[in-house]
Design a protein around this ligand. Sequence first.
Ligand SMILES: NC(=O)c1ccc[n+]([C@@H]2O[C@H](COP(=O)([O-])OP(=O)(O)OC[C@H]3O[C@@H](n4cnc5c(N)ncnc54)[C@H](OP(=O)(O)O)[C@@H]3O)[C@@H](O)[C@H]2O)c1
Length: 245
Amino acid sequence: MKKILIIGATSAIASATGRIWASEGHSFYLVGRNEFRLSAIGDELRKLGAAQVLTHVADLANLNDHDSMITTAFTALGEVDIALVAHGVLGDQKAGEINFSLAFQEININLLSTMSLITNIANHFQQQEYGTIAAISSVAGDRGRKSNYIYGTAKGSLNIFLEGLRHRLHKHNINVLTIKPGLVDTPMTHEFKKGFLWASDSRIASDIARAVRKRKDEIYTPWFWRFVMFAITLLPRSIYKRTSL
Ligand SMILES: NC(=O)c1ccc[n+]([C@@H]2O[C@H](COP(=O)([O-])OP(=O)(O)OC[C@H]3O[C@@H](n4cnc5c(N)ncnc54)[C@H](OP(=O)(O)O)[C@@H]3O)[C@@H](O)[C@H]2O)c1
């Protein structure tokens, strides 16, 4: 039985991953902002077979609360095997281009709060001398695009942070997994028209659960995004800047 901390537990991708893990009988500490939805997800995980589910309501934009929140989670669970960090927002790119304070809020939640939480988790894991940090990034971090480069900046910077952390923690038996989903049908993308490249939250969740089990460093999910992004990153800048990608 594993002890699992999920930050941003009300996210569609995180709750779908939680459902897979609950059916294996693990224990959970769920952190989310919406008390009602958090409690509903907790009930669902219990019904699916979770050994124990504890919940913690928090607005993750408040970085000053992170240290005590993570300490409370580790104390409550005893030890933690897996920490999935999933919260995020897809801001309005155009609005952020005009008003930097909006871009700052998006960077705060997608990058700074994630770095702050993972730093706290990493230090607890280092004391335990084991653990897995699984953080949801995005293919959007692989190359800047005019339609979402504020979001992409946060995710691309997160990728570098996770790479450095993995390098630091490898000798302490701690695995750091960077998860790069492509287009996923969740509340975050409810306004987008869906097409053949889109995946369900449960498809992404099964890839996450498998990658955690296999102690992978990085995944693209679904897998074909590795090739899509490889092709996009190969495009010469002089051509790329003229495209409407
Ligand atoms: N959907 C995609 O196409 C896609 C693609 C690549 C990467 N991702 C990444 O996947 C992760 C999960 O997103 P999702 O697709 O599952 O979307 P989602 O269902 O909208 O989940 C986003 C979660 O972040 C939480 N959140 C946002 N700001 C918060 C704050 N200040 N404090 C606490 N919680 C906060 C939201 O809580 P509330 O419900 O309370 O707002 C929600 O639970 C995100 O990191 C996202 O960037 C998604």
